[in-house]
Design a protein around this ligand. Structure first.
Ligand SMILES: Nc1ncnc2c1ncn2[C@@H]1O[C@H](COP(=O)(O)OP(=O)(O)OP(=O)(O)O)[C@@H](O)[C@H]1O
Ligand SMILES: [Mg+2]
Length: 494
């Protein structure tokens, strides 16, 4: 166990960590904070949900001179929602130091943003597109920036973003400290990354698997046209508290969302074609439980930290093993458990094996639930509700009426009626989802460079953490990576 105080962190930040309920440093925090505090460039790789935000946030905040009203720290993140979330976490970490943090992303009013920038935030957390707008309009001043961070670094150095990133970094003083963090780091990207840094310390928290072991991973082999019914049966059986369903395209997300709504699920979709206001409201509803199923493109795959996500379903298997890692990593965070289920059409089985091999994780096969099993699952949930009520023992007020009903109808009928009322009615609204082609693995698995394809990546997301004082015990574990780099991204929405 590593305490934060043993890492040389200053008093106001220790106080914030205490308030945030962080009792001990996670492995990536313990390994990167001391080097980063010394001023070294750091490339840090650790599994999803293991606290990389604080790993770069704590050293960045430590170096900030509060009395200077200029931008001293810059974090670049691939999506709007992530920029907001990281901004909130940095705000919490810096609260007793009086650090001002400003998120800057597309879809916000430019004038308002410019005014906020003039007020002199210490840290800006931004998406690349909007940041470049400000650089070109000269509405942002980077002369005081001493720390630059690329969160989701492999994504930021990916084809779709790399030119923007180079341009942004060239406008920051060269003597800066550069920190790169991600859960995945394909070698080709790592090489690009290290060229942007000076003699970096590379930290890869050791772990056999690329994914956290607290996520239970499985797959179901299913025909494309059976996917939707399989999904709705699974949701009936699993009864997730909060679930994220990833689809390959925006259209897919819209169709699955509408289908789930028709079947009575509280579902909403999120992808890059929605307005910023809609994206925020969907994500907020999901965070506070008013929406229980979030259907998303890869726009929600990276970095989002939403507590209570118990299940991730890959309605479509992602193109890249890295994307698989990030998607399923929306559950099983900060040592909590989670379930990840992927739908694989028969022709995609080789692709699944590639993902298993690259991520070094075991993805267990399970069979698709039948309608009967789903109906039984719903009954089981009703029975559990009834049992919990029986255990609560607070039933005296109902005893007389219960006797009357039993005398009149018999115990079996009365209990059956109560169970029927408690069981969620299964709606069998017919739902048609437009078919899409399976993903195929071309060429030899070992030669991952041969394996390319254009998955649909959304381009953004949002979320925030809790911020209340609570104790959170962390026991996650480290990570490693591998994998060839590929894929184009669509960065229109950041
Ligand atoms: N030392 C700690 N103790 C307890 N909780 C922590 C600690 N550090 C971070 N957390 C919490 O763990 C959760 C995950 O952290 P974070 O979002 O930084 O993970 P990450 O490694 O960046 O994941 P991803 O790869 O998905 O972006 C957050 O809710 C964060 O507040
Ligand atoms: Mg993160």
């Amino acid at each position: 166990m590593t305490t934060f105080s043993s890492l040389g962190i200053s008093e106001p930040i220790l106080k914030a960590l205490d308030k945030m309920g962080f009792e001990e440093a996670t492995p990536i925090q313990a390994e990167t904070i001391p080097s980063a505090l010394e001023g070294k460039d750091v490339l840090g790789q650790a599994q999803t949900g293991t606290g990389k935000t604080a790993a770069f946030g704590i050293p960045m905040i430590s170096k900030i001179d509060r009395s200077k009203r200029q931008i001293q720290g810059l974090v670049i993140a691939p999506t709007r929602e992530l920029a907001i979330q990281v901004g909130e976490e940095l705000h919490r970490l810096g609260q007793f130091k009086g650090i001002k943090t400003l998120p800057v992303y597309g879809g916000q009013h430019m004038d308002r943003q410019i005014r906020a920038l003039r007020e002199g935030p210490h840290i800006v957390v931004a998406t690349p597109g909007r940041l470049l707008d400000h650089i070109r309009r000269k509405t942002i001043n980077f002369s005081g920036v001493h720390t630059a961070v690329l969160d989701e670094a492999d994504e930021m150095l990916n084809m779709g973003f790399i030119d923007d990133i180079r341009e942004i970094l060239s406008s920051i003083p060269e003597e800066r400290q550069t920190l790169l963090f991600s859960a995945t780091m394909p070698k080709e990207i790592r090489d690009i990354g290290t060229k942007l840094m000076k003699d970096p310390t590379e930290v890869k928290v050791k772990s056999k698997e690329m994914t956290v072991t607290n996520i239970d991973q499985s797959y179901i082999e299913v025909q494309e046209r059976q996917k939707f019914d399989t999904l709705s049966n699974l949701l009936d059986i699993d009864e997730p508290k909060l679930a994220i369903i990833f689809g390959r395209t925006k259209k897919r997300v819209d169709e699955v969302t509408e289908g789930l709504q028709a079947r009575g699920f509280r579902a909403e979709g999120i992808h890059g074609d929605l307005t910023q206001g809609k994206r925020m409201s969907v994500l907020n509803k999901f965070k506070n439980g008013r929406v229980e199923v979030l259907v998303a493109t890869d726009v929600a795959a990276r970095g989002l930290d939403i507590s209570g996500v118990t299940h991730v379903y890959n309605f479509d298997i992602p193109q890249d093993p890295e994307s698989y890692v990030h998607r399923i990593g929306r559950t099983g965070r900060a040592g909590k458990g989670g379930q990840a289920v992927s739908f694989i059409t028969p022709r995609e089985v080789p692709h699944l094996h590639l993902i298993e091999k690259t991520t070094k994780s075991k993805i267990a096969r399970k069979t698709a639930p039948t309608n009967d099993e789903a109906a039984q699952g719903q009954q089981q949930i009703a029975i559990e509700k009834m049992m919990r009520t029986i255990e609560s023992k607070d039933l005296q007020a109902y005893n007389d009426k219960a006797d009357e009903l039993i005398n009149q109808f018999g115990a079996q009928t009365v209990v059956a009626a109560a169970l029927k009322m408690l069981t969620k009615e299964r709606r069998n609204a017919p739902v048609r989802i437009t078919s899409i082609a399976p993903i195929s693995v071309k060429g030899n698995f070992k030669d991952k460079k041969k394996y390319r394809g254009g998955g649909s990546r959304g381009g953004d997301r949002r979320n925030s953490g809790g911020g209340k004082s609570r104790s959170r015990n962390y026991q996650g574990q480290g990570k490693r990576s591998s994998g060839g780099y590929r894929g184009k991204r669509n960065n229109e929405n950041n």
